[in-house]
Design a protein around this ligand. Structure first.
Ligand SMILES: *Cc1c(COP(=O)(O)O)cnc(C)c1O
Length: 232
């Protein structure tokens, strides 16, 4: 099968699985956005996906996001999903639509300051580590509660929601309590700062996106399921 046909088939299957999960959960399919994770994909495959109408693309490394933003049409919206160092912020901000991976107040404050220099209003999500794996990035739930008022003292940064990653598992049901906990934390934080709507829950990857949709994900970050079996 040609590269283009395989990418199209993979996309159709992922979109159908999202639609069916919405159906099970009684959700409007338009309330879930597929962010196609392109970190391991070739430029040619990504172009195929963009031609098929997928314009929300996610990268883990800011350097790769910025270099690909130049290569692909300006209608693409880029999502920074991997950890971000402060010294990459100035380079990233002009190219990025949504940063999913804010994992400290220091990073948030650096973004706010640089956004002032660049006269932009970056949209961000706070990354939460709910699995308590020490190697993982993100605020613990209690750290985020403690930091919450400061998140909204930023002048320029707009916090629009939360992001998490479940622990790797072959059984997506193992991720369900983590996704439900992110939604509950979102609801709790919304009560602390009424008037600031937290629209987004970024959760779910190739192995567990249907469970995430059932638990309220608005953004699913799917990579390998889109590229499986795609050859040169
Ligand atoms: C790579 C990555 C994904 C996509 O993972 P797949 O299992 O390939 O779908 C999602 N989120 C983050 C933060 C990632 O780094």
């Amino acid at each position: 099968m040609s590269t283009a046909r395989k990418v199209a088939e993979n996309l159709r299957i992922v979109q159908e699985r999202i639609a069916r999960a919405c159906d099970r959960a009684g959700r409007d399919p338009h309330s879930v956005t597929l962010v196609a994770v392109t970190k391991s994909a070739r430029l040619e495959w990504i172009r195929t996906l963009v031609d098929l109408g997928v314009v929300e693309l996610g990268e883990s490394r800011p350097q790769q996001l910025v270099s690909r933003a130049v290569e692909l049409p300006p209608l693409v919206h880029w999502h920074q999903i991997g950890s971000l160092q402060r010294n990459k912020v100035r380079m990233l901000l002009p190219c990025v639509t949504l940063i999913h991976s804010i994992d400290s107040l220091r990073l948030l404050e650096a973004i706010d300051r640089i956004a002032g220099d660049l006269a932009v209003h970056p949209r961000i999500l706070l990354e939460v580590n709910l699995t308590r794996e020490p190697a993982k990035h993100g605020f613990t739930a209690s750290e985020l509660r403690a930091a919450w008022k400061q998140v909204f003292s930023c002048d320029r940064v707009r916090a629009e929601g939360l992001m998490t990653m479940a622990a790797y598992s072959t059984n997506p049901e193992n991720a369900r309590p983590i996704f439900a906990a992110l939604r509950a934390l979102r609801d709790e934080l919304t009560r602390i700062t009424p008037g600031h709507e937290l629209r987004h829950l970024s959760m779910g990857m190739s192995g567990d996106f249907e469970t995430a949709v059932e638990e309220g994900a608005t953004l699913v970050r799917v990579g390998s399921a889109l590229w499986a079996g795609v050859e040169e």
